[in-house]
Structure formats: structure tokens, C-alpha cells
Write a protein that binds this ligand. Sequence first.
Ligand code: GLA
Length: 378
Amino acid sequence: MTSGEWPPSRPVMGYNTWYQFRTGITESTVVRQAELLVSSGLAAAGYNCVNLDDGWMDAERTADGELTWNAAKFPQGIPWLAAQVHALGLRFGLYTAIGTRTCQSLPASWGHYDQDAKTFAAWGVDFVKVDDCGGLPEETTVDMLTELYRRFGECLRKHNPEVVYSQELPIHQIGKPTFLAAVRASAEFAHMWRVAHDEYPLSHADASPMILGHLAADLPLYSFAGPGHWNDLDMVAPAFPASGWTLEDLHNQLSVWAMEASPLLISADIAALPPPALAALKNPHMIAIDQSGEQCSTVIMDGDIEALMKPDPEGGVAVLFVNLGPETSTGSFSLPQFGITSDTASGRDVWTGTTTTLTEVSVTLEAGQTLLTQIREA
Ligand code: GLA
């Protein structure tokens, strides 16, 4: 029994194996993470999809050219695993790539788009991520690649009209004049598409630059996002806490991802998540902001402090303050700058729950620090 709207009109929430398990994923790890998703309360909070990333497939296709699983890692097979995940009330996702090989040099879908789409549908796959790792004819232009992605999406939908199509078409266009066209095309035929590079290297020192870099890359792309199609900033809580990220790094990431309405795919060992990290991932206000139905389109600045805002589905406005400067800095804003017309407002810190009465907004943040708030008329 699976529950919830599918395909979701809001950004997908769920789980992905990549940053924690890489190609070491096995049947028992996936079942365990799926069970933990339920027992931890994450599934009830909305994380309802379990996706296998690279590394699940066998080194060769079958004699009929079918993609098949690595039997050492998945002795009972992918259809069995999909059924186990479905029995937990969750959706099941798989990974492939648009060219001949995945990013880990395993077989991918080039020349087999219709066949693989049919196989995935027969296996009970609800979500398909299609990476771009090369392995395409040398003369492939961006326009040709875009058509390949469009065609793969059509095949996936033909065999499973409810499939969620996640892809990486724009990634290799980052920094090139073709980037926006790749995003625009993606918005026409995919549910989500990656607009930023992978999150490596994973360390506390690299977390804030990565998070703010992803934010800067995504900010101008708000017009491409909307119900059923979302800019994808990549997974959340990557290998947390083994990655060295602190709870504050995680708060920063979730705050940015929520303002940007990015999909929220947890990529950690759920058993290793400390209670405050679990609570952060389950924070209902962060989730409501992420799932509000729009990506932030308004940004104002005071000095080094950037304030991003969008309507808060819980009332008032959701505002994310970010210190873009190299040192501790204060930003001051008036209430009308956030669309508040009353003399006083209440400001709520999404992570601490602390509420303050405001007549103006003055925020002091350390370099790279963020603060996610909900501001409404008092
Ligand atoms: C690329 C993608 C990652 C992950 C790996 C798997 O790097 O961007 O999200 O899927 O491939 O090899």
C-alpha cells in the first residue's frame, strides 16, 4: 500500500543511497533504510520515496539486452525489493544514465530507452533518475542531448504514466550559454533536474561554500519552477554525520533548499542520524516552506546580508537571511520591505521556535551563516 499524491505536484521528498553507500548498496541496506524511514517518523513527515542510485545494476545486460541487477548485491532481485518498499507504504526509485555507461561505468540506457522504460515499469519503479555521464556519440550536441532526454521521458511515461522523471541535463551546461535552454527544456518534460554540481568534497569546511554556491546558482531560475517541475539542488544531509557536517550546516542546507523549493532526498544512514538532525529533517515549518508550491523569487540586500522571501503557506512570509560577506555582519530591514503593513510583526526562528516581536528587522550573522524565519503581522 502506497500513500500520498503521485506523481507529487510538490518537490519530491524521500531517500537516496548515493552519498552514504555509493556503489556498496545492497538489498539488505535498502530494506533497512526503508524500514528506518518509517520507524523514525521521516516517512510520516513526507519522505515517502526510496531511490537506489548508481551501483545497483549488473556489469552486463542479459542476452535479450535487458538491464539487470547485480545478483551478489540484490539476491532476491529488484522487483522483490520494489515490492518490499511498496509494502512499507513507500515509492521506489532507480537510477540510470542517458549514454552507454553510468558515472560508475556500469551499463546505462543508450539505445535501450524504450526497453529500459518498459523493464522499470514491469519492476514497479515509481521514480527514475537519468544521469548524464557521457558515453554518447562524439558529435552529440546539446540540442541532440535535450532530444534524447525528451524521448527517454516519453518512453518512461508511455510505460508508466505516473512515473517521476528526474534528470541531470543542465549539469554539463553549467557556466555555458546553453545552461538556461537546458533548464527550460527540462522544465517542459521532467519533474526535477539538477542545476548544481555534486556536493563534494564533503567536509564541514566545504559545506557553507557549497550551500551558498548552490543557492546563488539557483536563485535566477525561479521562473522554471512550479507544481510538477522543480529545480533540484541535490540530496540533503549527505552522509551526515560521517561527512563532518555540523547540525548548523544541516540547518543551513535545509533552509536554503526549502526557500528554493528543491526536492528533499536524504542521503545518510538514518540509523546514524542524531536526534537533532532527525528533528531538523522532520521540522514541519521547514517542510511547509519547501512544499509551498513556489521557489523564492524576491531578494533584497542590506550590506552583506541577503534576505530572500516567499509567501509562507502557514501565514505571512518566509524569510531567509544569509550573510554573504567574509565576516560577521548586521543587516537592517523595515517591515514593509517584507510586505508587512502593521506596526509590529512576529518573527519566528524555524529552528529554535523562538518568537520575537518586531517593529523592524535587524539580523546579525557570522560569515556564511543563515537564519530561516517566518514573519507575519502581529
Ligand atoms: C553523478 C550524479 C550523482 C550520482 C553519481 C553516481 O555524479 O551527479 O548524483 O548519481 O553520478 O555515479
